[in-house]
Write a protein that binds this ligand. Sequence first.
Ligand code: FEO
Ligand code: CA
Ligand code: CA
Length: 672
Amino acid sequence: MPVNDDQFSSRGEYFESLEDIPVNPSQEPTLGDLIHRRFNRRELLKGALGVVAVGTLARLSLGGAAEAASAASGRSSSAAASDFAFDEIAHGVDQTHHVAPGYSADILIRWGDPVLKGAPAFDPMAQSTAAQLGQFGYNNDFVGFVPLPFGSDNGDHGLLCVNHEYTDEEVMFPGHGKHDTAFSKLTPELVDIEMACHGGSVIEVKKEGGKWRVVKDSRYARRISALDTAMRVAGPAAGHPRLQTAEDPSGAKVIGTVNNCAGGITPWGTYLMAEENFHYYFMGSLEGNPEKENYQRYGVPGNRYGWARYHKRFDLNAEPNAGNRYGWVVEVDPLDPDAMPVKRTALGRFKHEGAESIVNKDGRLVVYSGDDQRFEFLYKFVTEGRVDTRNRAANRDLLDAGTLYVARFDADGTLSWLPLVHGQGALTADNGFHSQADVVIEARRAATLLGATPMDRPEDVEPNPANGKVYVMLTNNSKRKAEAVDAANPRASNIWGHVLELTPDDGDHAATTARWDILVKAGNPADPAAAAMWNPATSGDGWFACPDNCAVDPQGRLWVTTDQGSKWKKASGTADGVWALDTQGTARGTGRMFFRVPVGAEMCGPCFTPDGKTLFVAVQHPATDGTKDFPGFERSSTFEDPATRWPDFKDGMPPRPSVVAITKDDGGVIGS
Ligand code: FEO
Ligand code: CA
Ligand code: CA
């Protein structure tokens, strides 16, 4: 596609620009939407609040509670009722990170640090594929913790499973300059280093004397990459002709995984890596390709990396089916470094943000997953079998059989989970679905046919075992038009995002219906144009924009992290970070700022140890996004001239994405 190379200084800005290309044709309001809009739920609640005493409002919806609290102006009482106790930090942006007073935020591992035995120390001027394959990858995103020994709830020792989502070559490689959309400088060696930087890392970590360290030469240490990690394909699409290539005529073995964003840890201790923007990696023509319409719905080919020049598995001209082999959830056993990762196709092919799960009351596993693109959908997968809590091996293929559902949000607060099952409803041969393989390969088209609700970019989805609810981060959607708003996506030009709360019927995550509500509408509550919705106890630093990842801590409290991209100044004016967000009582809907990233970074990977005493966070792409709005810098970063050299702050050392371990100085529980 035509791209003006001068426009984009960073990979991130280039990505954002191409997100403007719509792929879901079903953005127009349906008749049902129009009817629903006439009876806008928020308006109904407003009316109700006029006659309900403020003291009873905590039991109403969060929307109701927030508005009522606003009327009562009860800041002190709401603050007292908060489930969180820490002094918040201020909005702002500078070259380093900040954490609430009384806490330490220590760098645990950085891009290039050795993971595998024998890997060299990072030398930015002597990068090589061989070195990078043994070192910590780039752009750490998801962070998961598996306590050791397995089955314990040890908060001092475990395996950290970390995704490496993508690469930013303009700050990684000397002499590369701004994002090279023509790939003119991408040598085969640089491509292979980029591919080695993608994927995931498994590291063993230990807390001693109150401080975390990476265990050197651990037998669990592992690098998974886009370059050389072989994966098995399992589930309905395994071996299907639409997945077969010249390189892999079986259609059941893929080399590598890409754009691993968020993920999840299963109850049996495996690590789920979500393949998000898999379309970026493909090049080639769609003319004459029978998968053309399928690919167009996913933005394939994205032409954002030059890998296809040297690797046929990303070249659609050489391998017409290549685009069907990514966009899945990958399961990895971190306890067995020799176990081959598996792409679990039963969970559908889309831009999986994450894959967080919960054991349902009947023992089945329910995996929630958002499809992170404007006007795409929210999904869940319910396994057919039950989780075996005593024998982890018995769960080995649990994710291969079950039902994939997509969400329809109705204005009366009902959520219906629509089954994506071949032969049911419109998912028949008449519509090109000849088997369940076709349904999972084209999950988006199937979901549209069932009437799923196009959302404002579903990011992380996190079930809360403490209260049975589910939190859904909707990060933003600047393209939603006023005539296309609906009750669950209520703002046009929504550059701030919002957070939904789902309440499954009867506490049953496998049920086909749930209730939904809006917890907060992000953005500045003092700006009428934003039409934000927060508990008024929220301070001038407690509100955020663009919720992205989230975590529920062992106490059942919600923590939200943000990614505003290069729009940070317009969306909030602060760097991204971690915010605590109350979900219950009179404080419901109150935010509080806990951690802030350095300029140009986004905040990923919030992950608590089982004792709640450590919060691991992943600082992704420091120095890249929106540095033109960074006062005093006001230009794009390069390797030689970055907006920050976080976390090393050494001449010649580029900024490095890093995982940070946050602990309370008195050794207590985070946020207590
Ligand atoms: Fe990779 Fe949707 O963030
Ligand atoms: Ca995310
Ligand atoms: Ca993100």
